[in-house]
Design a protein around this ligand. Structure first.
Ligand code: NI
Ligand code: MN
Length: 217
């Protein structure tokens, strides 16, 4: 499977099928045309182009209801549940975060905020979404054994690098890719330092990906 980091929380998985997670890359970054979109929560920096793309979209129930009113073929699910779409297996896991859908200056509750463990071509990818550190990340590791963990490190709206180091240990994936940092000044972080600190103290490897770069997993 090829994993491309498009920037912020936007990640593109290409294997037998293609999945685009949180299609809101930084400005000017073109989006691929995926088979499936997966959205972790309703905040604009994650929902992004979902409505425009109108692809089969996996997300939490309440957000799915909203998306259906916009003509998006959304597939709702909830924490602890699984769904197989086009041969791609999605498991929705909790994230400690809020959710809100904003439209024309008004908003509505987005239901909740999630992470995903996505299995395709025998590879399991954990995308944590926006989240604080929580001890049940251990369960995600114990139960689902992800091969890769995409963890936010930006701080302010999610956990920062120190908590993400603990999250990486809890999840136990052999490979960690930091996300959700350096998009705006308030979430600026030194990802190279995060990598060095985690690799010095664990067997976990960290790949810091520049937006647009691809990794074969
Ligand atoms: Ni958010
Ligand atoms: Mn966010």
């Amino acid at each position: 499977m090829e994993l491309t980091f498009l920037g912020h929380a936007c990640v593109y998985l290409k294997g037998e099928r293609s999945v685009l997670i949180d299609p809101s890359p930084p400005e000017g970054v073109p989006l691929p045309e995926p088979d499936i979109v997966a959205v972790t929560h309703g905040h604009a920096d994650h929902l992004g182009e979902t409505v425009r793309m109108k692809k089969p979209t996996v997300c939490i129930n309440e957000l799915a209801k909203y998306l259906k009113t916009k003509g998006v073929p959304a597939e709702g699910m909830n924490y602890g549940g699984t769904l197989t779409l086009d041969g791609v297996h999605f498991r929705m896991v909790p994230a400690v975060h809020s959710s809100w859908i904003e439209e024309a200056g008004i908003g509505c509750n987005g239901g909740g905020s999630a992470g995903f463990v996505i299995s395709m071509d025998g590879v399991r990818v954990y995308h944590a979404g926006d989240t604080a550190l929580f001890t049940d990340m251990r369960l995600i590791g114990e139960l689902y054994h992800p091969d890769v963990a995409l963890l936010p490190i930006g701080g302010r709206f999610t956990m920062g690098p120190e908590e993400a180091m603990i999250a990486a240990r809890y999840v136990g994936a052999p490979l960690v890719i930091p996300i959700h940092y350096n998009t705006w000044p308030v979430i600026e972080q030194d990802a190279a330092q995060f990598r060095m600190a985690l690799e010095r103290t664990t067997d976990i490897r960290v790949r810091v990906l520049a937006p647009g770069s691809t990794l074969e997993i």
